[in-house]
Design a protein around this ligand. Sequence first.
Ligand SMILES: NC(=O)c1ccc[n+]([C@@H]2O[C@H](COP(=O)([O-])OP(=O)(O)OC[C@H]3O[C@@H](n4cnc5c(N)ncnc54)[C@H](O)[C@@H]3O)[C@@H](O)[C@H]2O)c1
Ligand SMILES: CC(C)[C@H](C(=O)O)[C@@H](O)C(=O)O
Ligand SMILES: [Mg+2]
Length: 372
Amino acid sequence: MNLKIALLAGDGIGPEVLSQAVKCLQAVEETFNHNFVYREAPVGAIAIDKHGDPLPEKTLNLCEEADAVLFGAIGDPKYDNNPDAKVRPEQGLLKLRKELGLFANIRPVKVFPKLLKNSPLKPEIISGTDFTIYRELTGGIYFGEKKINAEGTEASDLCSYTEKEISRIAHLAFKAAKNRKNKLTLVDKANVLESSRLWRKVVSKIGESYPEVKLEYMFVDNAAMQIILNPSQFDVILTENMFGDIISDEGSVIGGSIGLLASASVGTDSAMFEPIHGSYPQAKGQDIANPIASILSAAMLLEHFKLFEEAMAVREAVDKSLKKGIVTPDLDSKSQYGTNHVGDFIAENIVDSDDDFNMNDENIDLGKSTII
Ligand SMILES: NC(=O)c1ccc[n+]([C@@H]2O[C@H](COP(=O)([O-])OP(=O)(O)OC[C@H]3O[C@@H](n4cnc5c(N)ncnc54)[C@H](O)[C@@H]3O)[C@@H](O)[C@H]2O)c1
Ligand SMILES: CC(C)[C@H](C(=O)O)[C@@H](O)C(=O)O
Ligand SMILES: [Mg+2]
């Protein structure tokens, strides 16, 4: 298959982790005889430094012309620590999502058996965790009207949703639940927020078209607790933009590190693949960041184009690195291995299972995601 892939490395650890994902895609090209063309473009703080704009027009054009975008991370303390900054790296990411129409952000949360003891939570509580968050990505409080009064003493962000914005992601989430364990939990704050009550109305109506899917509702404060207390009760979680952002970082605790959690952001015409973590500025250039979230985001990219064997080969190589303890320090504080070494190991272990993979060889956790 020929694919044009836009590479947006961004800031902090973004470039380091993204280049491990690219190594893996190149290994896939070689092993499975594909031809991917990569084009790099600046985004985030680095794009502000170079062009005065966190999403230069050239970057957006490149993404629009590409078949898919592979994103690193954006963000820099010089903006995080300056509430008065007029231009911010995050605006680049938000604009990109909006312009590409990436309304659904799919974040799988799964525990690798090998890492059961890495989690701060008890193994008996987290084993069997396998849920996917469908986070609405181009609406809600992130995109509502922002105001600050002239004195700078009062500010507001509007949380607004339309029926259309809710229903398009709800259909995706119901279809995903149908292909999984037939359960969908809508996470909201319908006891307080008008926008959440609209979510409930729209989602319950759509639910009538998916009678096999058990629809449940949960308030977000309770959901934040249940994800930690009993994560295996969840199958597909559907939620609005900000709640999805927060509960997915929380979900990453279950698996032992946020450096493992990948995501796909999809719309009708475009798709972007990005780790859920940020630019982790403290680790920039230190070769300690976990590249697996970025590598698994590349696996989701392959699945998006129905390259399932190829994606599986990447997942199996990741699994092998975890089994052999070839991991970064977030997963093993005594580890001698860095970002690059882990990336090399995973890329080198991408093989065509038709050639030499023995299913009984190792107890492999395939961890297949559920993009449709
Ligand atoms: N998609 C994105 O680009 C994205 C996402 C979240 C945050 N951000 C931005 O990133 C900057 C830093 O934000 P933050 O510190 O709140 O979140 P962060 O995700 O960058 O880091 C939080 C903590 O998670 C851990 N971590 C993150 N990535 C890791 C990795 N690959 N390997 C191992 N450990 C990892 C580290 O312990 C780190 O201290 C901010 O500017 C923020 O706006 C960007
Ligand atoms: C950086 C920020 C705008 C972003 C978000 O909130 O969507 C990040 O936290 C994420 O999870 O991708
Ligand atoms: Mg986030």
